[in-house]
Design a protein around this ligand. Structure first.
Ligand SMILES: *[C@@H]1O[C@H](CO)[C@@H](O)[C@H](O)[C@H]1NC(C)=O
Ligand SMILES: *[C@@H]1O[C@H](CO)[C@@H](O)[C@H](O)[C@H]1NC(C)=O
Ligand SMILES: *[C@@H]1O[C@H](CO)[C@@H](O)[C@H](O)[C@H]1NC(C)=O
Ligand SMILES: *[C@@H]1O[C@H](CO)[C@@H](O)[C@H](O)[C@H]1NC(C)=O
Ligand SMILES: *[C@@H]1O[C@H](CO)[C@@H](O)[C@H](O)[C@H]1NC(C)=O
Length: 409
């Protein structure tokens, strides 16, 4: 009773002094819960800030990620996957540019490669194999429990005759874009992360006036992805405990923009009964939020409570491509159908990366956010991967920073 009374006094105090931060979990970005006791957010591991809207990033190892700029080789973004059989082996799927071309020539020189790390999820990663020849870009790899396959979603189509000297010709990989071939999503599948089989270009853009005629930046979320991995059947175990997930639905976040990307870049969702398709638009074909000033590079996941989250590269004036620090934003929704809330107040991450030797780099560009999560079913973000370009450099690489919890906190 005394305890309850004390809580009430605290609550009244919070109300009268205006320090009440939240009334529902939505005020905590669905990255935590709103404490009824004092009206303050209690953030889940990996998130911080009064509204839990900021990734709890920590200083990175200096030799993290995938950085071949000393060989004049540029890359862009990475997706980390832990090997199913060797817990000390991590794979990264990365867009790397051929012919020593810099970031400006991502199209058509980008190809998809696999690199390996035995030094933890944050690398350093060493090149192992080419997975898809140029032009193939924007790879992301997910495990689909129902299919017992790894799925790689990416953009592009083969362009065998690129010029030896860096040049960006106009070409198309299908409807929606005739300038740089970015429109249209392809899928490959694999059982072992090393041998990949082309499935199809599963989504095409459109040659019409719609806001999402140019369809790119895929981010798939297979059903049951967040389940504790040792309950999912091969390759995570033999399915003791919970029954194996058989739901093959794929949710897909993407970035759309008008024909030839001649207008606003915005985010929406499609879904399919299996990775083969057919993919249908959710949300009546509209962007899922419009208070963002433009966004691209969505990365989607479902948390332990069943809520949905998206990280984006923000194109707002003080972010975008060299415009300033506001590059990382977070949006969230209690259900796939929305309403989605785009957090335009708290920055999820900025252009600045701190290193454990006390130095830092304020990057010119920092994009393509992707997270590596804990496999205990809690979906704690452990590492943040991004593509980065330093001020005054034509080259780019992939940086991987720990989120609190990721390196033994
Ligand atoms: C990446 O490599 C370049 C060239 O070796 C170096 O200047 C840069 O500092 C490296 N980045 C990091 C984060 O160490
Ligand atoms: C890297 O390679 C590109 C393409 O060949 C070339 O234009 C550029 O000068 C090279 N940069 C360095 C630092 O060697
Ligand atoms: C490559 O570019 C050079 C310089 O513009 C041009 O002379 C050459 O014909 C091009 N080669 C091909 C195969 O397009
Ligand atoms: C799209 O770009 C191509 C190549 O520049 C051009 O031929 C075409 O007219 C453009 N279409 C529109 C609608 O802008
Ligand atoms: C932030 O979003 C809200 C709607 O959610 C909008 O009313 C407000 O104008 C936005 N602020 C900025 C600075 O864009």
């Amino acid at each position: 009773m005394a305890h309850k009374f004390a809580s009430l006094v605290l609550l009244l105090l919070a109300l009268t002094t205006g320090s009440l931060q939240c009334s529902t979990d939505t005020d905590c970005s669905l990255n935590g819960v709103c404490s009824r006791r004092n009206g303050q957010c209690v953030c889940d591991a990996g998130w911080r800030g009064t509204d839990c809207g900021e990734l709890d990033v920590q200083p990175a190892k200096r030799d993290n990620g995938y950085n071949r700029t000393d060989e004049n080789i540029s890359s862009w973004g990475s997706k980390i996957i832990q090997d199913p059989h060797d817990k000390n082996l991590y794979h990264a799927f990365i867009a790397e540019f051929d012919n020593h071309c810099g970031l400006d020539y991502w199209s058509p020189y980008s190809r998809i490669i696999r690199a390996e790390s035995h030094s933890g999820p944050d690398g350093p990663y060493i090149f192992k194999q080419q997975v898809v020849e140029h032009f193939a870009h924007n790879p992301t790899v997910v495990y689909s429990p129902a299919d017992q396959r790894y799925l790689m979603y990416y953009i592009g189509c083969p362009q065998p005759n690129v010029n030896e000297t860096c040049k960006s010709p106009q070409f198309t990989c299908g409807p929606g874009n005739y300038v740089n071939g970015e429109s249209g999503i392809s899928v490959q599948k694999s059982k072992d992360l090393r041998n990949w089989e082309f499935v199809d270009q599963v989504i095409q853009g459109k040659d019409d006036a719609s806001w999402n005629a140019d369809f790119t930046n895929p981010s798939p979320w297979p059903s049951c992805s967040g389940q504790q991995k040792n309950q999912g059947g091969w390759p995570w175990g033999f399915g003791w405990g919970k029954p194996k997930c058989k739901d093959s639905d794929i949710l897909l976040a993407y970035r759309g923009c008008p024909y030839n990307c001649s207008g606003a870049e915005q985010i929406s969702l499609a879904s399919a009964p299996s990775f083969y398709g057919p993919y249908t638009h959710l949300n009546n074909d509209e962007p899922i939020f419009t208070n963002d000033g433009g966004s691209e590079d969505p990365f989607i996941w479902q948390d332990k409570r069943g809520n949905y989250h998206i990280l984006v590269h923000s194109l707002e004036p003080e972010g975008g491509f060299g415009g300033g620090p506001k590059v990382g934003r977070h949006a969230f929704s209690r259900s796939i159908g929305g309403p989605w809330k785009f957090n335009n107040e708290t920055l999820a991450f900025s252009t600045k990366v701190e290193f454990d030797d006390g130095t830092d780099i304020d990057y010119y560009r920092r994009e393509r956010p992707q997270l590596f999560f804990s496999d205990d079913g809690r979906m704690t973000p452990l590492f943040l991967t991004t593509g980065v370009q330093e001020v005054g450099s034509k080259m780019s690489y992939s940086v991987i920073v720990p989120v609190r919890g990721g390196r033994g906190w």
